[in-house]
Ligand binder design. Structure first.
Ligand code: MIC
Ligand code: SF4
Length: 642
């Protein structure tokens, strides 16, 4: 039987296990990346392993999330990251060099290699034929220490892209179509392999927009073949020697096949507050817009920015709109400046923001109360913009630029302009001077903000739980632990816990404290797709510090579930979803003989308050169940230290 691209890469990196959907496979990791909000904790965990150097082919630490530097906190983290990278053989990308996924794609991606990153959008590099995964920081720390990564071998869906995009229809509109079809839930354990005759017209930056938003669908990753278009990209990056061809076998078998005709794609928009609430832009006429922002790791390549610049060139934006741009990397920013396009933006009335995550994660540009904000990034979760009641719509850069001109959500085809032709430049501007290559000479910088990785204890002998919070469906990690100003404290768990469920139920930390005081274990009860969105392990780490030992949900998303396991929290899934309705906040939940029950595929949770018994499935694999009982992976690392 022929092999898919994914299977070829996994087989070439397999350490143990098997390529059968649902079974665990351990793979060697070639490259890792981290960003500054989650990186510090990952490097603290790596330090706890006492390895002299990283054991990967390449590890890069990026500075892109914590860019505002209001007070010394962000600067402290940057300096720690720079010095710890120098010591352990890690490349450090300085603040201003760009967003991790954009820069990694440009400067370090390699077809056929494995990449993990402590950021869910690490999957972006699937666009050049890498097997790229978003994971928790602890998984990155372990991979840097040479430990293989365990993944559950996924089911593979083939998405055939046929035909050709019409002018003004873009890669963003394609991935929004994919999200409309597969939605943000129910995709755990799946990957997408893209193929079809349309690929000969899709450049790597376009493919990267598509793989990037796989994270929103909750798929493990997505991957494109490495072909002539990929080679064109590597030539432009001056890295032709890093390219290899990679394709699936003609008789490769897929779990499912979806076909999307690109000729039929029209400008799309994701409505508040979920990336899968997709309709056509033309279906929302007359929506007055207060803010337009172009940028993020989804849509700020050179071509994206140039097309948007061409739309506003020689015109003025609507006076009632606040318009901002941030290029994905310094490479893009510099080329915009040299081509004159930066001037077109400025003349039109744009605010120029620095290359980084910025508005995408509530680091600046929070709009006014109740504002309508049209953005090119990938997530429009409630409150993520920094304004709880803002209405965020996700669109392509072309639609965003047209909207900035009119002040209303605008289908760019109605502007009556010719579609700006922006081919892939033969050579991008190459300047790696903001990458710091390790010298092994610097002292590691520490400040009180840089804490220690917390350690869990083994599972208590008796599991007497109490429901500390009951949440609904699709609770994302931004709901569990917000972005924005809370991100400054990610290197310090005690401080981070103050923000847990801040906008969902601010009393959660105090309630956990009370439950622990009465000698019980706090339990989180949740609906469908609990923990979707980011890879932030703090969404598991902070509850762990508060004593949580079990999440009981209808379903849990992949990265979050792995993080729960890493920190010794048992992920249990209702066998009968209706049992969820039965449970109330404060109910006493008991699991009998936890050291035996937690090892089973199926077990029971007793609701002592309601005198009911629920059948539950264990979300963890047999290997992971042992880790949970020991109190998580960190605990075992520290045990080995002693
Ligand atoms: C995001 O887009 O939500 C983030 C911020 O990049 C996160 C990482 C984080 O929480 O720091 C992600 O996507 O994993
Ligand atoms: Fe940064 Fe936004 Fe991309 Fe996350 S999604 S890495 S916050 S630009």
């Amino acid at each position: 039987m022929g092999q898919t691209i994914f299977e070829k890469i996994i087989r070439a990196h397999m350490v143990e296990g098997e390529c059968t959907p649902g079974r665990e496979v351990a793979i060697k990791i070639d490259q890792t990346l981290t960003q500054d909000s989650l990186g510090a904790m990952a490097y603290l965990q790596f330090e706890a392993m006492h390895k002299p150097k990283v054991e990967t082919e390449l590890s890069v630490s990026y500075t892109d999330h914590l860019m505002l530097q209001l007070g010394q906190g962000n600067g402290d983290v940057h300096r720690y990251l720079e010095t710890v990278a120098d010591k352990f053989g890690i490349v450090y990308s300085k603040a201003g060099n760009g967003i991790c996924h954009q820069v990694h794609l440009e400067r370090f991606s390699k077809p056929g290699k494995t990449l993990i990153g402590s950021d869910s959008h690490t999957v972006t590099c699937g666009s050049v034929g890498m097997a790229a995964f978003g994971v928790g920081g602890l998984d990155v720390a372990l991979a840097m220490g040479g430990v293989p990564l365990y993944i559950t071998y996924p089911r593979i869906t083939k998405v055939n892209l046929t035909g050709r995009l019409k002018p003004w229809s873009t890669a963003k509109d394609v991935v929004l179509e994919v999200l409309k079809i597969i939605t943000t839930k129910g995709n755990v354990g799946t990957i997408i392999e893209y193929g079809g005759d349309a690929l000969e017209f899709l450049t790597v930056p376009q493919r990267a927009t598509i793989t990037n938003m796989g994270a929103e669908a909750g798929i493990t990753t997505s991957i494109f073949p490495s072909d002539e278009k990929t080679l064109e990209f590597f030539k432009a990056q001056g890295r032709e020697e890093d390219w290899i061809p990679l394709a699936s076998d003609p008789d490769a078998v897929y779990d499912k096949v979806i076909t999307i005709h690109l000729d039929e794609i029209e400008p799309n928009v994701a409505k508040p507050h979920s990336p899968d609430l997709v309709c056509k832009v033309k279906e929302i006429p007359d929506l007055k817009v207060n803010q337009v922002l172009i940028g993020s790791c989804t849509n700020s390549s050179y071509q994206d920015m140039m097309r948007a610049a061409a739309v506003v060139k020689g015109k003025k934006i609507n006076p009632e709109v606040s318009f901002g741009i941030n290029a994905g990397s310094r490479q893009v920013m510099s080329m915009l400046a040299e081509s004159g396009a930066l001037g077109w933006f400025i003349d039109a009335g744009a605010r120029v923001l620095e290359s980084g995550c910025g508005f995408c994660v509530g680091q600046g540009q929070a709009p006014e109360m109740g504002a309508v904000s049209v953005r090119t990034n990938n997530r429009n979760y409630k409150g993520r913009s920094g304004t709880q009641d803002a209405q965020v719509y996700l669109v392509s850069p072309e639609t965003a630029a047209a909207t900035a001109l009119t002040g209303k959500l605008t289908d760019p085809r109605t502007l009556g302009m010719e579609y700006p032709d922006v081919p892939m430049p033969e050579r991008m501007k190459l300047d790696d001077s903001m990458l710091m290559f390790p010298t092994g000479t610097k002292e590691i910088y520490r400040s009180p903000l840089i804490g220690k990785p917390p350690v869990n204890t083994p599972m208590p002998e008796k599991f007497d739980g109490r429901v500390a919070i009951k949440v609904g469906d699709m609770i994302n990690t931004d709901d569990i632990i917000p972005g924005g100003s809370a991100m400054t404290y990610r290197a310090n768990i005690q401080k981070s816990t103050q923000f847990i469920f801040q906008f969902v139920d601010g009393k959660f930390p105090a309630r956990c404290e009370d439950i622990v005081k009465e000698g019980r274990t706090p339990v989180i009860v949740a609906g469908v797709s609990y923990g979707q969105g980011s890879s932030r392990e703090h969404a598991a780490l902070c509850p762990m510090v508060m004593g949580v030992r079990c999440v009981l949900a209808k379903s849990i998303e992949r990265i979050h579930q792995a993080n729960l396991v890493n920190f010794g929290i048992l992920p249990l899934l209702f066998e009968n979803e209706a049992d969820y309705d039965d449970i109330s906040m404060g109910d006493e939940l008991a699991i009998d003989d936890i050291y035996r029950s937690a090892l089973l595929d199926e077990t029971e949770v007793r609701n002592v308050t309601k005198n009911k018994v629920y059948k539950v499935k264990n979300g963890a694999t047999p290997r992971q169940r042992e880790i949970i009982l020991k109190g998580g992976l960190l605990n075992s690392i520290h045990k080995e230290d002693k």
